[in-house]
Design a protein around this ligand. Structure first.
Ligand SMILES: C[S@@+](CC[C@H](N)C(=O)[O-])C[C@H]1O[C@@H](n2cnc3c(N)ncnc32)[C@H](O)[C@@H]1O
Length: 254
């Protein structure tokens, strides 16, 4: 072999090695999800949101900061003893619907955003519970008069992460309508209502919701923690209030 052909062989080997390295870098970049800085904090807690995250869970940006952490969604499902059909009025990524279905309830999961419904349906398949959930794309407020169910679960938008800035989160800050209107709409379906609310919610206002019914509904409010951090408060009305006060859970009844 001449000196020139040895040099050309070496060059070819070097180029091949370079191409391999470039391909490996590209593959490793592609296997990492694209995480915006806004979402990073939530992505780090991904297994608290969905324990099966790595199996192909899909989330959009709003979903990252609004999905109910799995441990709390399990708690909500355990508390839905009034049963049979649970209406998840603001289903989002399906965090709650999945856990209601996992306990054997039939779930009607509603969200106004068709892309979210697609993601929730994908996520329900991953948990093997999609057969127990009817997904509906639509505005809960418009659909409500035609809905029938044993429990109405309300997890309305809290107005984005800025809800934390407010010292006292009043019910008029809830979206898409204030908490009083929302509660009245849900009450026409069933008195058994579960509301997942911000940790800084005005508890007196939440208690007042029970007076919108005559006679007033039972109401119970509990704090929901994950890893020792207060993530939200849940209000239970009607037959789902005052159940399991002796259960060992990671929650505190106020
Ligand atoms: C806080 S998120 C629900 C999170 C859900 N519990 C979960 O675990 O994924 C609120 C959802 O309400 C939906 N939404 C807002 N207005 C709505 C309306 N009028 N009817 C139905 N869904 C609505 C939003 O698209 C959003 O996905």
């Amino acid at each position: 072999m001449t000196k020139a052909s040895r040099r050309s062989k070496k060059r070819r080997k070097f180029r091949k090695q370079e191409a391999n390295i470039r391909a490996k870098c590209k593959a490793s970049k592609e296997s990492q999800p694209i995480i915006s800085p806004k979402v990073k904090k939530y992505w780090l807690q991904r297994y608290n949101l969905f324990s099966k995250y790595d199996e192909g869970i899909k989330m959009d940006e709003e979903g990252w900061f609004s999905v109910t952490p799995e441990e709390i969604a399990v708690r909500h499902a355990q508390r839905s003893i009034a049963g049979g059909v649970v209406i998840d009025c603001f289903a989002g990524m399906g965090g709650n619907s999945i856990q209601f279905a996992a306990l054997g309830y039939h779930v009607i999961a509603i969200d106004i955003d068709p892309l979210k419904v697609e993601m929730a349906s994908n996520n329900a398949k991953i948990y093997g519970v999609d057969n127990y959930i009817d997904f509906i794309v639509g505005d809960f407020l418009q659909l409500a008069p035609s809905l029938k169910g044993n429990v109405a679960f309300l997890s309305p938008p809290w107005g984005g992460p800025s809800y934390k800035m407010t010292h006292n989160f009043t019910l008029d800050l809830l979206k898409p309508v204030d908490g009083y209107t929302l509660f009245q709409v849900a009450q026409r379906i069933t008195p058994n209502i579960i509301m997942f609310l911000p940790r800084n919610v005005d508890v007196c206002q939440v208690e007042q919701l029970s007076w919108l019914s005559s006679p007033p509904l039972n109401v119970e409010i509990e704090e929901n923690y994950v890893d020792g951090f207060l993530k939200g408060k849940t209000a239970y009305f009607g037959d789902v209030a005052y159940w399991g006060m002796t259960q060992e859970t990671n929650t505190h009844t106020l």
